[in-house]
Design a binder for this molecule. Structure first.
Ligand code: SDX
Length: 376
């Protein structure tokens, strides 16, 4: 029999390509986008500036930013046809399935649908960035029997998102915390959804197909779906005083604790301290400390007993809850942000493409004849 080749299950430790978009440095728990530390971007830039940076390699000057924001704001409307389709989605549909379907539909309607040139892909990326919040909010409101709110082009990206969901814009501290979360979620090297988008792109398919597939990958609870799972978990724990015992029971069952662990970071996720700081601020603004206190007890015990650190989804879950979002909207918010990183990788993949096609080592039955029907 053949020798078994070395299998890298889960592609652990495999460098699949080069990239200039971002760099994760697990030895120092740090992350840069196009060379800028993510914490530095959070304190000094808006999400729109970071989106521009990811797509163009450099931060925008004042004029470039104004032009970029105007282009995004001008593309926020979704078509009457898409509004009709969204109204027909089952009210029970998960918002991630809704936005996955809406993005796929947008691909069919896009005026440059078949054009996979870099210039067309960049224009389509702006349209996706602009329209994704409109579709997420329309589907969410439709599921509650509410009419959609029209996008207001004078709003920033963050203001627009809140207005589309709630019909109003919150106070500046809330907007800042939301913007920080979008910046932290924007990009993270070859994670599962980004690699999915690159794989689809490697076949020569268009960006809407790549992003539809990326959204499908992000939904899973081992990936983006964890931010929702974290909040369900915090509610189930039932308060800081019950957290230690709750976690001991999880350990007894060898169950996963959502929002902990990471494939690349083993001594702490670069994004957690910043997101925790802003989640704490949300707790102050709202005057509800129990979620962050429960989180603190869980994180301390996970570290002490398992030596496992939280990932970004751990503080992002309660932060979004404190901002007033329904839990099933948490991963769609991740989509509204990660479209920037996904599109940067789609453009990078297409610019220097080779079909992604690994091998499998066959371990099934030896070759055998097909038996006639009455002998099976
Ligand atoms: C994201 O890659 C990215 O960049 C993703 C992301 C991004 O920005 O795109 O950062 C976003 O997806 C964050 C991850 C969100 N997922 C979760 O929070 C789900 C819970 N986490 C785990 O399932 C896990 O840690 C993963 C999926 C995140 C990583 O899986 P790995 O790399 O395959 O690690 P593993 O499952 O092999 O874990 C190693 C050990 C195991 O124990 P042993 O078998 O060695 O004894 O650590 C244990 C695991 O059981 N472990 C956990 C745990 N995470 C790891 N034990 C309990 N709870 C956990 N959460």
């Amino acid at each position: 029999s053949e020798a078994t080749p070395e299998i890298k299950k889960g592609l652990v430790g495999v460098y699949a390509d080069v990239s200039t978009v971002s760099k994760v440095m697990p030895e120092t728990n740090s992350l840069t986008y196009r060379g800028y530390a993510v914490q530095d971007l959070c304190e000094n830039c808006s999400f729109e500036e970071v989106a521009y940076l990811l797509w163009n390699g450099e931060l925008p000057n004042r004029d470039q930013l104004a032009e970029f924001k105007a282009a995004e704001a001008a593309e926020r409307e979704i078509s009457p046809a898409l509004h009709r389709v969204i109204k027909d989605f089952p009210a029970s549909a998960h918002p991630m399935d809704a936005i996955r379907t809406a993005v796929s539909f947008m691909g069919m309607e896009d005026p440059e649908s078949a054009d996979v040139s870099e210039a067309a892909t960049r224009r389509k990326a702006v349209r996706l960035l602009a329209k994704i919040p409109t579709a997420i909010a329309a589907a969410h409101r439709a599921s509650k029997g509410l009419d959609p709110v029209a996008p207001d082009p004078s709003h920033s990206f963050g203001e627009n998102f809140f207005n589309l969901v709630f019909g109003k814009v919150p106070q500046p501290e809330v907007l800042k915390a939301f913007d920080v979360s979008l910046i932290l979620y924007a990009e993270h090297t070859f994670n599962a959804s980004t690699y999915t988008a690159r794989l689809v792109t490697s076949t020569g398919a268009d960006i809407h197909g790549a992003i539809t597939a990326g959204i499908a990958a992000l939904k899973g609870p081992l990936h983006g779906g964890a931010n929702e799972a974290v909040m369900h978990m915090l509610k189930e724990v039932g308060g800081p005083e019950k957290a230690e015992e709750w976690l001991s029971t999880r350990f007894d069952h060898k169950a996963l604790v959502m929002g902990f662990g990471h494939r690349v970071y083993k001594s702490g996720d670069s994004r957690v301290p910043t997101m925790t700081k802003y989640a704490e601020r949300m707790a102050e603004v709202v005057g509800d400390r129990r979620w962050m206190e429960t989180s603190r007890v869980l994180a301390a015990k996970m570290l002490k007993e398992k030596n496992i650190h939280p990932n970004l989804d751990f503080p992002a879950g309660p932060a979004y809850y404190l901002m007033g979002f329904d839990i099933p909207l948490f991963t769609p918010i991740f989509v509204a942000s990660r479209i920037t990183g996904w599109a940067a990788h789609v453009i990078e993949q297409a610019a220097d493409n080779r079909l992604i096609r690994p091998l499998s080592h066959y371990t099934g039955p030896e070759q055998r004849p097909v038996p006639p029907m009455d002998q099976r």
